[in-house]
Design a protein around this ligand. Structure first.
Ligand code: TXA
Ligand code: MG
Length: 340
């Protein structure tokens, strides 16, 4: 059931449901989450079964402000505090050392915890009310079935889980791709999942160089042993039903010249290009926005819209290689990856 989050009683209704151990659909500025009380293991385990997510893939705990760190994290390094000052509330998740024993289901039993303070006003209101009721954090992965495209509207969440779930409608998500995840347990900031914040922004705010996952794993002194699985980092994830191919503008035009397969319902998502628009008879052409912010906001809704139209192949123009596009490129590469 979708309820309007701006109605006066809706925040209270959602908070009471969470307190009783139910799950709710929660708007955040990145994507919609499927939320439970992070300290309630029985409730949190329902998230794994509803999503079809393996129980060894830990979830993010969402908190109202940095004051809530004391309930979940210990030994917070100085650079993590700088990141919190710079980006909370906002689309940044930090992996921190966990207080032993807390939020066991949420953290998949790991010694670390992912914490994020969302900016969305509805998430903020709900988290505030929850903390008044003694619920210090909400475990919330993206509200989609495991491996599928993340939801950016309340309607998408309804399409994933049906009408029995209480879903707070807070409008379409402003950011549109999931938060940047920074591991703060390795002595330096390591970006495990790129998002809308760039590596440069993270380095500047942390007052020390941040590393990509690839750069860090190339360092000889580190070991990957014991690192929990991060589902957003699996090769195949965020996948639409249609086959997705990432191509340069030139490759799209060349491939179209020899494209004859009548069984394929083709859609192209690319920047404005006179040749492409001129050719758009045998396929659906949708314009890809010019800035990374607009593109991120549109991405998942566009992939879902193509699926709804019964498109069987999507050709997407490769984004530029600069770091502002890293989060979008990452999601597109995983959506394009054919499992196995
Ligand atoms: O923007 C977002 O982050 C959204 C909204 C709802 O806040 N949430 C989200 O959650 O994307 P989810 O579960 O789809 O992705 C969380 C990622 C997963 O890749 C998970 O494995 C990783 O965070 N993660 C959680 N705890 C971790 C930990 N202790 N160490 C490493 N990775 C962790
Ligand atoms: Mg997800």
């Amino acid at each position: 059931m979708i309820i309007d989050a701006s109605a006066p009683e809706s925040i209270e209704q959602a908070a009471q449901s969470l307190l009783k151990g139910a799950l709710i659909g929660l708007p955040t500025e990145t994507v919609y989450g499927l939320a439970s009380d992070a300290m309630n293991d029985e409730a949190t385990l329902k998230i794994f079964s509803l999503k079809g997510r393996p129980v060894d893939h830990p979830l993010i705990a969402h908190v109202v402000d940095k004051g809530a760190l004391q309930h979940f994290a210990s030994d917070v390094p100085l650079f993590a505090r700088y990141l919190i000052e710079a980006f909370w509330p906002g689309p940044l998740t930090l992996i921190l050392k966990k207080i032993p024993g807390v939020a066991q289901a949420c953290t998949a039993g790991a010694g670390t915890i992912a914490l994020r303070c969302p900016l969305h006003p509805v998430a903020q209101l709900l988290l505030k009310r929850c903390s008044e009721l003694g619920v210090w954090g909400l475990a919330a992965p993206s509200a989609n079935r495991f491996g599928r495209v993340s939801p950016t509207t309340a309607r998408h969440v309804l399409d994933e889980f049906g009408g029995s779930l209480l879903i707070l409608d807070g409008g379409a998500c402003e950011v549109g791709i999931e938060s940047t995840i920074v591991d703060c347990t390795r002595g330096a900031p390591v970006v495990l999942r790129p998002g809308i914040l760039t590596l440069e922004q993270i380095s500047i705010a942390a007052k020390q160089p941040a590393f990509t996952r690839a750069d860090w794993s190339g360092k000889p002194a580190t070991t990957q042993a014991g690192t929990p699985k991060a589902s957003g980092t699996l090769d195949s994830h965020y996948a639409p039903n249609a086959l997705l191919r990432l191509l340069s503008n030139e490759e799209i035009i060349n491939a179209l010249a020899s494209f004859k397969d009548k069984d394929v319902k083709l859609a192209i998502w690319a920047k404005a290009h006179p040749t492409l628009e001129g050719l758009a008879q045998n396929f659906l052409f949708e314009l890809m926005p010019n800035t990374p912010e607009e593109c991120a906001r549109a991405l998942f809704a566009q992939l879902r819209a193509f699926d709804t139209l019964g498109i069987t192949e999507i050709w997407v123009e490769k984004p530029p290689q600069s770091s502002e596009w890293a989060g979008i490129t990452d999601r597109l590469q995983r959506a394009a990856h054919i499992a196995g």
